[in-house]
Design a protein around this ligand. Structure first.
Ligand code: ADP
Ligand code: ASP
Ligand code: MG
Length: 973
């Protein structure tokens, strides 16, 4: 800032004559240099310039302003001082230095003198706090100062804050206030263990201070104070013990000691680290009025005055202030009630007119829901004052509900930050609301759903009871509501929420459970006549309820929000007992049974915060394909989430014997160990319920990586439940036709998806190509292909140099075959693929309708071991060699193919001959090849070719189905 600060003296002549170096030094003495980074310091005549300078003086330097005031009263003294300097000034540098030194000595003596004057003559030198934006306020919660190391960490944060002035409000060390209240309770109930409990507290603080403070004097000073306080507390608690009772001021006095001690320890630590600071007992400054309820109202005017007085006695740029405690106008100690230190900080910020308040706690900011209950909760980057109030009022205890009130007047922003994660920017609370898009950005951009963006957070209050006053006699009778609430007020109960049906037939409101007994009793007595006469039918109490609030600016007036909220609750099967929507449009509140409270919170939170393409994935069959798929998930999950907003969470893995379930999503880097160590016995129903219902992830999908018909039989049930299915298992689609048709029919009706690309040709796009052709109106004529990687390998290598049986052995050795090669050679696997493609093309065929030419010689189809089979196979080589030679002679090759002949409504699996120029003849390795002859592709078939077997490509095929599912669900493509 290019600001010229000026020292004030009696006359301009004197000013101009004092050398510049002296000006700088003088300025330093008065702490002007630091003030607002003044770029120059000059002397100005008092009367002429004072008015113009007043605002800067006011804002930037108490020392300077003090000097001005002193100058005003001691003009002559200053004049003398500067006149002397003028006389003394000469051009030689050594004499100049002497002049400066003697002038500085003069300045010092004036300062000393004037400080003395200041002490004795308050009215002559009234010192006012330099209120304004040079102050920044911090508040450190109990966990932040819970141990010696944590207090040191807090001190470092204070030292690192570059603000010119700092007011630091501090809570008691973690748990200390609870311990204090516990002391009181013990003393009140005449339990003399209060003495040992007090001693525990004493020790805790003694140990912490001893570990913190190296400076012997500072430590002894604190320990003496502590000793003194504990001594007094012992006496007070003894009195309470004898009386069996404690008045509120007594109790407040006792419980406030945690803050008194933590503030002193922190101040001593900060000083020890090199930043001069003082501590403030807020009871000397903060004046509050008791309201008769569990609240106090700050008296800002009186507190302002007291702050000035306090500051005049203890001017400092860094002040460590006790949170929580205050006093009444009559100086009776009191507190701002539980968790009140946030409120203390906000009041202090308004008294200092600070630039900002930072509330340091143990979480990264205000979350969209209590992070202890909803693991999905995200940190909100901004909140309006009103939103923050609503969130805290409805149970987000990260902030005391009244914190925003004092700062709103001066537009002082509050930032909630994590003392254990200073990198995180936290949540900024200010005047203007900003729709929350963090964590929802992608979702919002492609759904463009304004209703979603209006909702910021959710909170719950437990231990609530509902009171329902009902009766036809209430309608149209003015004053019933007022009578009801007057009665409630008289018993001192706090009404948390009100809901009245417009028929005026009933009024329903929520009060804390512990107050409902007296409320109900008072209402029954107040309305006895109406109840007796039947004008009121009942005063009903519903116990064990919770309030769930959704908070967000203008949310209530945005169409769709309530609908989404109630749909989410209904889907989670949660009964809503009462509803209220504030006219403020900042919240929608519902009352639910307390046992449903967390489920309700999770359900609504998921609805508004989870991406619509978040999937709960259950994997059945963690064998070769299943585990490869899990590996692929592990590698891709982060990219999918970041770039495509697809959030895959494997919530269950089920093997034949054991299964592993996890609500939030399994750690895929160690699922094997977990399955082994924490697995439970396999239970198909439990698995299904878990994947679908046990949490509130919007979509559920089961991936069947088995080859089991039993698992395939479950698909219908799963689809019916709304679970999407993806599988490389051929059993369902090649099983009985009626079951297949039912499955497809159900899938169409229910909008649940069933994908099985990997059942044919592994990862090759065969089903999707076929669908694409059908959906675009092409007519399939014939599908013909080599669908078995194993048999493909065998015939691609059957060229005359080796016998058929040799090649089979080789294929087995390379791991290209099933454990029993007969399973490949029998043609059944190809037949199943043929039936899948046939049905996909609209043919209604059973597996039995497909003639299959088996490559296993008839006599070897009997029960025998694999080795026996392989030993006997060479006996049949001649026959097939003969076929090969015949083909060869005609310039052709043998290929084992599956055919779907749509026009003939038939399918078959057979050994065929193809000219060497044919695409099928040019295959290598274990590739698959599929030719689609259609009306459009009638001259040249559409050919898909590539590796059609192996765990990697099959899992890849399954994975691509998942991405297809995600895009059906709304992920960006
Ligand atoms: P301090 O002692 O620092 O004042 P509190 O315990 O009063 O801390 O408040 C912080 C705690 O509030 C967090 O640890 C968190 O568990 C809880 N909390 C409840 N709801 C929320 C929410 N919506 N966002 C953040 N924290 C919340
Ligand atoms: N120490 C007080 C309490 O625990 C105040 C606070 O920490 O906010 O309630
Ligand atoms: Mg708190």
């Amino acid at each position: 800032m290019d600001l010229s600060l000026s020292l004030v003296c009696g006359g301009c002549k004197a000013a101009s004559l004092v050398c510049p170096q002296l000006q700088k030094q003088v300025a330093k003495r008065f702490r002007l240099e630091a003030a607002a980074g003044a770029s120059s310091v000059s002397l100005v005549p008092w009367r002429r310039r004072m008015t113009a300078f007043a605002p800067h003086v006011f804002r930037y330097s108490s020392g300077f302003r003090q000097l001005c005031r002193q100058a005003q009263l001691h003009e002559t003294k200053y004049e003398r001082f500067f006149d002397n300097n003028r006389r003394r000034s000469s051009s030689s540098s050594s004499s100049r230095r002497r002049v400066v030194q003697s002038a500085l000595a003069d300045v010092d003596s004036i300062v000393v003198q004037e400080e003395e004057d200041l002490k004795t003559d308050k009215d002559v030198y009234p010192v006012v706090v330099p209120r304004g934006e040079t102050w920044s306020v911090h508040k450190f919660g109990g966990t932040c100062v819970g141990s010696c190391e944590r207090i040191q960490n807090v001190a470092k944060i204070i030292l690192n804050d570059p603000s010119l002035r700092k007011a630091v409000v501090v809570s008691a060390m973690a748990k200390v206030t609870d311990m204090m209240y516990d002391l009181l309770e013990r003393a009140k109930s005449r339990d003399d263990t209060y003495l040992s409990a007090l001693e525990k507290l004493h020790e805790k603080h003694k140990d912490t201070a001893t570990a913190l403070l190296d400076d012997h004097d500072a430590l002894s000073k604190f320990l003496a104070t502590l000793e003194h306080d504990v001594h007094n507390l012992r006496a007070m608690l003894r009195a309470i013990y004898i009386a069996g009772h404690a008045t509120e001021p007594f109790a407040d006095f006792v419980v406030g000691h945690g803050e008194l001690w933590s503030a002193q320890m922190l101040a001593a630590t900060v000083s020890q680290m090199g930043l001069p600071c003082v501590w403030m007992d807020a009871r000397e400054v903060l004046v509050v009025n008791l309201t008769g309820t569990q609240q106090v109202d700050p008296d800002f005017e009186a507190s302002d005055e007291r702050l000035d007085k306090w500051y005049a006695r203890t001017p400092a740029d860094t002040i460590i202030i006790t949170g929580f405690i205050a006093s009444t106008a009559d100086n009776i100690p009191t507190t701002l009630k539980r968790d009140g230190s946030d409120f203390s900080a906000a009041i202090m910020a308004s008294l200092f007119r600070a630039a900002q308040v930072t509330i340091w706690t143990d979480v990264d900011g205000v979350y969209s829901a209590d992070p202890r209950k909803v693991s999905e909760a995200v940190v909100l980057s901004t909140l309006s004052y009103q939103e923050a109030w609503e969130m805290s009022y409805f149970g987000a205890n990260v902030l005391h509900p009244r914190t925003t009130m004092p700062v709103m007047k001066y537009d002082i922003p509050i930032t909630i930050r994590n003392v254990f994660n200073v990198e995180s920017p936290g949540t900024r609370i200010g005047r203007s609301p900003v729709p929350e898009t963090a964590g929802k950005s992608l979702q919002l951009s492609f759904y463009n759903n304004t209703a979603d963006s209006m909702v910021k957070g959710f909170a719950t209050i437990d231990n609530i009871a509902l009171v329902n006053v009902e009766g036809t006699g209430m309608a149209g009778v003015p004053g019933t509501a007022s009578d009801i609430f007057q009665t409630v007020k008289e018993v001192g109960a706090n009404v948390v929420m009100i809901s009245q049906a417009s028929s005026e037939h009933s009024i329903c409101f929520a009060v804390p459970e512990k107050e409902v007994g007296s409320v109900a009793k008072a209402l029954k007595s107040r309305f006895k006549r109406a109840l007796d006469a039947g004008r009121l039918s009942q005063v009903e109490v519903v116990h064990n309820c919770s309030i769930l609030a959704a908070v967000g600016q203008q949310m209530a007036s945005t169409p769709g929000v309530s609908a989404s909220l109630f749909t989410a609750l209904a889907k989670a099967n949660i009964n809503v007992r009462a509803i209220a929507q504030g006219c403020s449009e900042y919240n929608i509140t519902v009352v639910v049974d307390q046992e449903d409270s967390v489920r309700a919170l999770k359900a609504v939170h998921s609805r508004f915060y989870l991406s619509k393409t978040t999937m709960s994935v259950g994997v059945v069959g963690p064998g070769l394909i299943g585990s490869t798929l899990l590996e692929q998930f592990k590698d891709q999950a982060a990219i999918l989430k970041e770039e495509f907003n697809i959030d895959l969470r494997v919530t269950g893995i089920m093997g034949t014997k054991s299964m592993l379930l996890c609500e939030a999503g399994l750690d895929l880097s160690k699922w094997r160990e977990l399955l082994e160590g924490e697995g439970e016995p396999t239970d198909m129903v439990k698995f299904m319920v878990h994947v679908k219902d046990n949490h509130f992830i919007p979509n559920a999908v089961i991936i069947d990586c088995t080859a089991s018909a039993h698992v395939a039989e479950q698909y219908y049930k799963w689809l019916k439940k709304g679970i999407h299915i993806i599988t490389p298992n051929k059993k369902a689609n090649s099983g009985p036709l009626d079951q297949y048709l039912c499955l497809r029919e159900l899938q169409r009706q229910s909008y649940t998806h069933y994908f099985y690309e990997a059942t044919v040709g592994a990862g090759l796009p065969i089903i999707s190509t076929l669908r694409g052709l059908n959906e675009t109106g092409d007519k399939i004529i014939k599908i013909e292909g080599i669908f078995s990687g194993t048999v493909s390998y065998i015939f691609n290598n059957f060229k005359g140099d080796k016998s058929f049986s040799q090649i089979v052995r080789e294929a087995k050795m390379f791991g290209f075959t099933e454990p029993d090669p007969r399973d490949d050679l029998s043609g059944m696997d190809v037949a199943r693929k043929v039936i899948i493609l046939a049905r996909e093309s609209g043919l209604r065929l059973e597996l039995a309708d497909i003639p299959v030419q088996s490559l296993v010689p008839e006599p070897l189809r009997r029960e025998s071991t694999v080795e026996e089979f392989l030993e006997e196979l060479p006996d049949y080589d001649t026959e097939i060699e003969h076929l090969r030679q015949e083909a060869e002679a005609a310039g052709e090759v043998l290929r084992y193919v599956g055919v779907v002949d749509v026009l003939a409504n038939a399918g078959r699996v057979e050994l065929q001959r193809y000219p060497k120029s044919h695409a099928f003849a040019q295959l290598s390795g274990s590739d698959n090849i599929i030719a689609f002859a259609t009306s459009r592709y009638s001259k040249q078939p559409l050919i898909v070719r590539g590796p059609g077997a192996g765990a990697e490509v099959t899992a890849g095929g399954v994975f691509s189905d998942i991405l297809r599912l995600a895009s059906y669900l709304g992920a960006p493509s």
